[in-house]
Design a protein around this ligand. Structure first.
Ligand SMILES: [Fe+2]
Ligand SMILES: [Fe+2]
Length: 477
């Protein structure tokens, strides 16, 4: 057969052909079948699901705040791409979908090993040097090998996924350069080889190569156990401190909006305890529909973002936030004393409270009244996120109870159980509840160019008798 010269093909008046997807020549070459596409897409899906699991599982006990925040973001991204791939596989003549099956034991061991990485350094190398890199390559290969016209819906997903995986890889490369030195790399050479062997045993992540039995497990030889105890890096000090009650200040009409913005920024950065807690719910709640994990991960990421808003707000005011006491009291107690359902109840109860007149709208009004456009913007988005969270809570928590009233009562009871340790932690010598307020307020006053107001400076209400919703006897969200 004489092959026609496809480059000579002319579209109408030189318009881009094929809706701009590809050239005629690109769309006319032999490509993957549906069966081959589904096999590869399922493997990509498996990778995103496992990466979501690993990143979520490692948020709570990872001490470094920048990593906690990044894991929160990346877990959410993986959940979104897993969702998109599930939908796509369902469009490809594939019932039953078999999306919960393990594509190859080598891949299972590969991800199990990364989940069980004993140090932050190994976790970073496993995640970014191995997993996200091979995922990027597999997405690239998929787009090279599939038909850009016939399989346009998959190509669209892969393009978007590759863009975000690229961002994650760049983050990871920088994180490894900052935190993993030569000697650390040298110590993990054996494990590094195990990860490579696992991947090769599986015929690479996307199954394009020959497959063999995986190598011996190393770190995952013993089943992984989740660590629910929140840890923080050395910038976070005095972790049981409940020496300043920011809510009581915020709702006191005697105080002006400007100093109240500092209390709101403190409340924002303190929200790093919410991802610590939410990660434990997600990890320890098994067997839910995939959408549950996607929705909860969205909320987790939002809360990490709220914490970072606090960080940005303080930085913009020249305030050293490490001088505040960003407690882990709430997440530690919930993670170690409550069941996942009880934790969810507490979170829902707090977030419903934020939907009232004195909740997120009030914080936005204070931000607006303060004249600080950054705080106003942050509270605007924080408010919108919390409205979403209240909806997600109704979807995934209240339905377990059947009605809102009993769901709220249960949340209230569970919260009361873990809020009254003010005297306990002081008596155990864990904190003296020292007030951080004068230092933070004075720093901001320097930036504002004002003399501290003595009445504001002297604010000394603690959490001893009032909890964060101003009911008798700290809470986040
Ligand atoms: Fe929230
Ligand atoms: Fe929040």
């Amino acid at each position: 057969m004489n092959t026609p010269d496809l480059s000579a093909y002319k579209s109408y008046r030189g318009l881009p052909p094929l809706a701009g997807l590809a050239t005629i020549a690109e769309a006319a070459r032999p490509c993957l079948s549906i069966t081959e596409c589904v096999m590869r897409l399922k493997r990509l899906h498996y990778a995103f699901v496992r990466l979501h699991e690993i990143l979520t599982a490692r948020i709570t006990a990872e001490p470094i705040y920048e990593l906690k925040s990044a894991f929160s973001h990346q877990a959410y991204i993986c959940a979104e791409h897993a969702s998109a791939l599930r939908t796509r596989v369902g469009e490809m003549r594939e019932p039953p979908l078999g999306l919960d099956e393990v594509p190859h034991e080598g891949l299972q061991v590969f991800f199990d090993e990364i989940l069980a990485a004993p140090t932050t350094a190994e976790l970073l190398v496993g995640l970014y040097h191995h997993a996200f890199r091979t995922l990027w390559e597999s997405l690239d290969r998929y787009m090279d090998d599939t038909n850009p016209l016939c399989d346009a819906p998959s190509v669209r997903l892969c393009r978007f996924a590759q863009m975000e995986v690229e961002d994650i890889r760049v983050f990871g490369t920088q994180a490894i350069a900052c935190l993993v030195d030569e000697s650390m790399h040298a110590k993990m050479l054996g494990w590094d080889e195990t990860l490579t062997s696992c991947r090769l045993a599986a015929g690479k992540l996307d199954g394009v190569g020959p497959t063999v039995a995986p190598p011996e497990r190393m770190y995952s030889a013993k089943p992984y156990t989740y660590d629910p105890v929140p840890r923080r890096d050395e910038r976070f000090q005095d972790l049981w401190n409940q020496g300043v009650n920011p809510e009581a200040f915020l709702y006191d009409p005697e105080f002006a909006a400007q100093p109240k913005t500092l209390m709101m920024l403190f409340k924002r950065i303190r929200e790093i305890d919410v991802p610590e807690m939410l990660a434990s719910i997600i990890h320890q709640t098994k067997g839910k529909p995939w959408k549950y994990y996607r929705d909860m991960s969205r909320q987790l990421w939002d809360e990490a973002r709220h914490a970072m808003m606090g960080e940005v707000g303080f930085a913009s005011l020249g305030v050293d936030w490490t001088q505040a006491r960003i407690s882990h009291n709430w997440s530690t107690r919930l993670n170690t004393e409550c069941t996942p359902m009880e934790r969810h109840a507490v979170l829902f109860f707090i977030e419903q409270g934020l939907m009232t007149r004195t909740g997120k709208r009030f914080e936005w009004e204070v931000g607006t009244a303060s004249g600080d456009p950054l705080v106003k913007t942050m509270q605007d988005f924080d408010w919108a996120d919390e409205v979403l969270h209240a909806q997600l809570g109704r979807e995934w928590y209240v339905k377990e109870f059947g009605d809102l009233k009993s769901a709220l009562e249960y949340g209230d009871q569970c919260w009361s159980r873990v809020t009254s340790n003010w005297a306990n932690v002081r008596d155990q010598g864990l904190t003296s509840h020292e007030s951080w307020w004068p230092v933070i307020y004075s720093q901001a006053c320097r930036t504002w160019g004002i003399t501290p107001d003595p009445r504001v400076l002297a604010y000394a209400t603690t959490y001893e008798t009032q909890r964060a919703d101003l009911k008798a006897v700290s809470g986040s969200a």
